[in-house]
Design a protein around this ligand. Structure first.
Ligand code: MLT
Length: 404
């Protein structure tokens, strides 16, 4: 009899957002007269912008013509997109990232789940707590997490770095030396942003201790304050210790279109082995590239018109963030995030657990959020709301909450 990868059997429950979707589906089936407002998963609601739509249409027409039709995309991504990324996301910010250090993919979720394949299973990972569940779950699947303790909600071989009110939701350097450090800034789920000096500390720590940082910058477009780095490569020495993952989902609204990329600098080496070459080998073997039409849509995000249109999307959601943050404060909630991030992180009232508050909000206000404990034990007692809804729905949800 064949044997399965029994690491999957160790995973408790289902993926956080699948659990929430099931609970909400059960509620709406039982209460068809109570329309719910979804502020749970960070999924966008605004349509793709004009420059993106035009680029998509043009690329579709090219695919209909024998002279311009394209088959397989180059497996690391088309040069037109990698050049635009290198120029606008990095060189304009003073980061010397070359187009051939960029690997185009179909999204940051896949990349952040797949990247762990480059590392031996006996590496020890460190994660912020609370954390985007993909980092931990993908390491569990790979057999790198040890055993799960139901009482603590922790894996035996994972180093948890609590992000609390006391440390401003920025983890302290770990006491035990990890091999792989996952960082996400601006942070999902707490909405916290890291300053350049704070991030430099992590880069220095990683270089000194032989660690690799996997830096998820999916929310960088939401940075509104000075001195918050948009890329880890703004820090000196990051090219020898860090991989950066980016997304077109949250800025350009590509959650249903799918496009992202990963940067692996050529200077990032384990001994004399290049991680860049390893990822190139993996891409070549396991991936046939993001579709041509989607990469053209990605390219359109970098034209002057495209950039202005994306700024408009981000501004739209940030107006929600300001409204949610301000209204919750007025209602007496303790609230964080929402300034450099589309996520608002609030303390549950009356010492309710995160899931108790989830049920309470769903039943009494018909509003869906994400329980903080779903992101890790230090998320207990917190709750996440997203600003990715429409203005009308965000406003209506707040009105319902104010009546509770
Ligand atoms: C979230 O809600 O945390 C994100 O939407 C999940 C994701 O981007 O995969």
């Amino acid at each position: 009899m064949y044997r399965i990868n029994d690491c999957y059997q160790k995973l408790p429950g289902s993926y956080l957002f699948s659990t929430i979707a099931r609970k909400v589906a059960a509620f709406t089936e039982a209460n068809p007269d109570k329309p719910v407002i979804r502020m749970g998963i960070g999924d966008v609601t605004q349509p793709l912008t004009d420059p993106v739509i035009k680029a998509l249409h043009k690329a579709v027409d090219e695919m209909a013509d024998g002279a311009t039709f394209r088959g397989y995309a180059p497996d690391l991504g088309y040069a037109f997109l990698r050049d635009a990324i290198a120029e606008h996301d990095f060189r304009e910010r003073g980061c010397a990232i070359e187009p051939d250090e960029i690997f185009v993919s179909d999204g940051a979720k896949c990349d952040s789940g797949n990247i762990q394949e480059l590392f031996s299973t006996d590496n020890k990972i460190a994660v912020c707590d609370p954390v985007y569940p993909v980092y931990v779950d993908s390491n569990v699947m790979a057999g790198r997490a040890g055993t799960y303790d139901k009482e603590t909600g922790c894996w035996s071989d994972v180093i948890y770095m609590p992000c609390t009110e006391e440390n401003g939701f920025i983890a302290d350097l770990p006491k035990e030396r990890p091999d792989i450090i996952y960082l996400c800034f601006p942070n999902n789920p707490t909405g916290a942003a890291i300053t350049k000096d704070q991030l430099q500390n992590w880069v220095d720590y990683a270089n000194k201790n032989g660690c690799v940082i996997i830096f998820d910058a999916a929310y960088e477009a939401y940075i509104s304050e000075e001195n918050i780095p948009h890329s880890i490569y703004e820090c000196a020495g990051a090219k020898t210790c860090a991989i950066e993952i980016r997304s077109f989902s949250k800025n350009a609204g590509f959650t249903g279109v799918r496009l992202g990329y990963t940067v692996i600098p050529k200077a990032l080496k384990c001994g004399d082995v290049s991680l860049h070459d390893m990822w190139a080998r993996r891409h070549g073997t396991k991936y046939n590239g993001a579709p041509y039409i989607i990469q053209r849509a990605g390219e359109a995000c970098y034209t002057e018109e495209g950039r202005a249109s994306i700024r408009g999307l981000v501004d739209y959601y940030m107006e929600n963030a300001r409204m949610i943050y301000g209204s919750l404060k007025d209602m007496g909630y303790t609230v964080y995030g929402g300034v450099n991030s589309p996520y608002i992180w609030l303390k549950t009232p009356d010492h309710m657990s995160s899931w108790e508050f989830f049920d309470y909000l769903l039943e009494k206000a018909n509003v869906v959020g994400t329980p903080g404990s779903g992101f890790g034990p230090s998320g207990e007692g917190y709750f996440r709301l997203t600003a990715f809804g429409t203005h009308d729905n965000s406003k209506a949800a707040l009105e319902r909450m104010a009546k509770l």
